[in-house]
Design a protein around this ligand. Structure first.
Ligand SMILES: Nc1ncnc2c1ncn2[C@@H]1O[C@H](COP(=O)(O)OP(=O)(O)O)[C@@H](O)[C@H]1O
Ligand SMILES: [Mg+2]
Length: 366
């Protein structure tokens, strides 16, 4: 049982405020899709519209070719897991899981079998007779997921289910969710503002911002080829370095000149790029210490962040701009050092003044 979900031109308003503006996207059967974006961008609203907890003002939502946005939530065959767990406090774990099934007259035998199976999968069999008040946050979250699993829905919707857990438990539950995903073949939509959750769990990510979809792609597409400056900024840590540049062409590829005079030979074809203001983005991992090799540019280290496996060097260039470079964990660099840097021009991203990214394909299509 699985669902292909089509969202066509969906608009949502609260009073005079438009919170989603003509969104379209297609979620494949069995896909793990993540809606990623900053707080307030409309992720929960979109999820709740799929679940039937919010009305659709314009557009349509279909599952396996049938329109569902006019159906009541109970008839959509979808299960939702909330950040707040929403368990009944006076009922045992088993009764919490059975409740929705009893309501639709599933037989006692089937209910028991499904609860046993879900409890085994989530390793909560020993908790079935407890009440939610006797469980830890992580255990409650599993029960909430178990309650969704026993419904055997066509699709699971998760609204920031990990955000109430502490850091360590969050990581563990994330891994468990990835494992669960391999056992339960069903479409899953997962909402988060956390780019690491999105990168680690998703088959594809929908990056949302400001009422709209910024980009839809696999985690590596989003990371390697961000469609906009917003996506480039939102995904990846530390955040991408950006510099205002002047552009020229050399051997058919763009050459970008930074304000400190540094010239970078990019891998972006110099075709179809109109006149205007441009910025290049380059991630810290593409900015390394020159260590004696001819440097692209030089600067003075202002701040040094040791992350254990690598060290981030916040380096002030001659023009006053700061670039974050990456060095080994055991970096010998000290604050105040003058360092030579090598910027890998082939790993740069180009953005126009509207924040739209220029990639080779677009450029060659003119
Ligand atoms: N019931 C509501 N009434 C009015 N405004 C709402 C309501 N629910 C959400 N909003 C607004 O809609 C926007 C999107 O909210 P939401 O979907 O919860 O964002 P997200 O889940 O991405 O943080 C926000 O500006 C929020 O304040
Ligand atoms: Mg939300």
């Amino acid at each position: 049982m699985t669902a292909n979900i089509e969202i066509q031109n969906v608009t949502k308003r609260y009073g005079s405020m438009t919170v989603l503006d003509g969104l379209s996207l297609s979620i494949k059967a069995n896909e793990f899709m993540v809606f990623l974006g900053p707080s307030g961008c409309g992720k929960s609203t979109l999820l709740r519209m799929i679940a039937g907890l919010e009305s659709v003002d314009e557009g349509a939502i279909s599952i396996n070719g049938e329109r569902i946005d006019t159906l009541p939530p109970g008839q959509r065959d979808i299960a939702m897991v909330f950040q707040s767990y929403a368990l009944y406090p006076h009922m045992t774990v088993a009764d919490n899981m059975a409740f929705g099934l009893r309501n639709i007259n599933v037989s006692t035998d089937v209910i028991s079998a499904r609860i046993a199976e879900a409890a085994r999968m989530l390793e909560i069999a020993h908790l079935l007779e407890r009440k939610p008040g006797q469980l830890s946050g992580g255990q409650r979250q599993r029960v909430a997921i178990g309650r969704a699993i026993v419904k055997e829905p066509k699709a699971f919707l998760f609204d920031e289910p990990l955000s109430n857990l502490d850091a360590a438990l969050r990581v563990r539950t994330r891994v468990e969710l990835a494992q669960l995903r391999n056992r339960v073949r069903s479409t899953m939509i997962f909402v988060t503002h956390d780019q690491i959750e999105a990168m680690t769990l998703a088959d594809r990510i929908v990056v949302m911002n400001n009422r709209k979809i910024e980009q839809i792609g696999t985690p590596m597409e989003i990371y390697s080829r961000p469609a906009s400056r917003f996506v480039a900024t939102f995904v990846g840590s530390p955040t991408m370095n950006f510099f205002r540049v002047g552009l020229s062409a050399q051997n058919g590829f763009l050459r970008a000149k930074l304000q400190d005079g540094t010239e970078l030979q990019t891998a972006i074809r110099a075709i179809g790029v109109k006149d205007g203001e441009y910025s290049v983005g380059i991630r810290a991992e593409a900015v390394k210490l020159a260590n004696g090799v001819a440097a692209t540019t030089t600067g003075k280290v202002d701040v040094l962040e040791r992350l254990g496996d690598r060290t981030l060097l916040y380096t002030r260039l001659k023009d006053g701009n700061v670039i974050v470079a990456e060095d080994i964990g055991n970096s010998r660099v000290a604050i105040g050092d003058e360092v030579g840097l090598i910027l890998d021009g082939t790993r740069t991203h180009l953005f126009d003044d509207a924040g739209h990214a220029w990639h080779n394909e677009e450029a060659s299509h003119g």
